[in-house]
Design a protein. Sequence first.
Length: 106
Amino acid sequence: MRKMSSQCGMGAMFFAVLAVGAQLDRNYIREKTLEGQQTAAAKGNHGGRPKVIDDDMLTFAVALKDKGVPVPDIANKLTIKVSKNAGKSPSSPRSTEHSPKPRPPR
């Protein structure tokens, strides 16, 4: 019985060493990722997707909403200026491809 418990202890120690190694590797990857992000930010690249609605579009949309224009009509009057949907309205079917699909009625 004594021999079996020492084997369990060795196995537990082995997995503890592996866990420490994995944590060190994770920390190293995280540090390098943050360094890369800081370097990119210093060059002016902040990552992420470009804004679809800029400040001018937002001001225009708010002004129309304050006048009582319905939201679908406001969306039809706006035009996306960047990304693959440039030149389209935010309410067009191509610009809402990734929206969840409505469930069929029961």
